[in-house]
Design a protein around this ligand. Structure first.
Ligand SMILES: [Zn+2]
Length: 325
């Protein structure tokens, strides 16, 4: 993050219509956009009209046109979306990771107040990017560890710990293979959404609470971890020939958000559903499960090779396990 004005522009654009990824590198408006879908529909306006693709996305070739129906298989819609496709974003509709599922989170270790770079709506130039933050190391049963930083200005230590705990519990429900690459979580006060950068994610406190109310904070953690660990890191899996070939060979996109931003959002959008197909197929409607298997087999194969399979543990030891008191 180098330009706070870009960030603020993103927040503004997100509030109005969602924000293209190029405005701030790794900005992710999926979850904010989700909250706006109902409002946009109520206004009888198409979300696509409100949410322009990034220039980077526009340079990409169009996906392969829909293929004719294959005998016994479902085919995607004429507009290139999976059929049945009911959703704007994959983090929005399904309950794939549930509150009753185990979390690998074990404890927080408070490390006081330190300076950290946390973009904030109250900060209107680069000079105030760095601020005081409560620092908590969140520890997990697989030996992973993520530093959670909570903007200090508006919270007591107890409140900050509360937000860090909520995030850590949700982060503990995603597979080790994703969590192991997350180093920092930056928790901003007030309204906003969630987005990611290399090995880190950003999330606003009001959004944390709204996602918990919807029982989908773990979905957001999963989605942002895909960005932070598989895409933005040196792995850059979304730029590999294997992924690009899978995109080209599949008929369609799993969500309209993935379709609008294939370079930025397709992998994160598809990964949560690939995880469901792999691990919790019974949590998907049968028609949706079949549609995914029929219509995006290339992407599912690519992602399945990265994700735990049904019967395997989600949590695989990654290093020495911190001993909580
Ligand atoms: Zn995203």
């Amino acid at each position: 993050m180098s330009n706070v004005r870009d960030f603020l522009y993103c927040i503004l654009m997100t509030t109005l219509c969602g924000c293209a990824g190029d405005q701030m590198g790794a900005f992710d408006s999926a979850e904010v956009e989700e909250a706006l879908v109902t409002e946009i529909h109520d206004q009888n306006r198409s979300p696509d009209d409100q949410d322009p693709d990034s220039p980077a996305d526009q340079k990409r070739p169009n996906p392969t046109p829909p293929l004719p129906p294959i005998s016994g298989k479902t085919s995607c819609r004429a507009d290139g979306l999976i059929s049945p496709n009911l959703y704007s974003t994959s983090v929005a509709e399904y309950l794939i990771i549930r509150d009753k599922d185990a979390t690998a989170f074990t404890c927080l270790r408070a490390r006081g107040v330190q300076k950290r770079e946390i973009p904030r709506s109250s900060c209107d130039d680069d000079s105030c990017l760095v601020t005081d933050a409560y620092i908590f190391d969140s520890h997990y049963s697989d030996g992973t560890e993520v530093e959670l930083q909570v903007e200090k200005a508006k919270f007591t230590t107890t409140q900050a710990r509360g937000f860090a705990t909520k995030v850590a519990e949700a982060l503990g429900r995603i597979p080790s293979v994703l969590r192991k690459g997350v180093r920092e979580g930056k928790i901003q006060s007030g309204p906003g959404g969630a987005y990611a950068d290399v090995a880190k994610f950003f999330i606003a406190t009001e959004y944390i609470d709204s996602r918990i109310e919807q029982k989908k904070l773990a979905h957001t953690m999963f989605h942002e971890a895909v960005h932070a660990v598989w895409e933005d890191s040196s792995l850059s899996l979304n730029q590999t020939s294997g992924w690009l070939s899978a995109q080209a060979s599949d008929n369609c996109f799993v969500t309209s958000y993935a379709q609008r931003r294939p370079a930025r959002e397709d992998m994160a959008e598809t990964a949560l559903l690939a995880f469901a197909v792999n691990y919790y197929p019974e949590r998907l409607p049968q028609a949706d499960l079949k549609a995914l298997q029929d219509q995006v087999p290339g992407r599912l194969k690519f992602l399945s090779d990265l994700l735990p399979k049904k019967g395997e543990s989600l949590f695989v030891k990654q290093g020495a396990v911190f001993r909580c008191n």
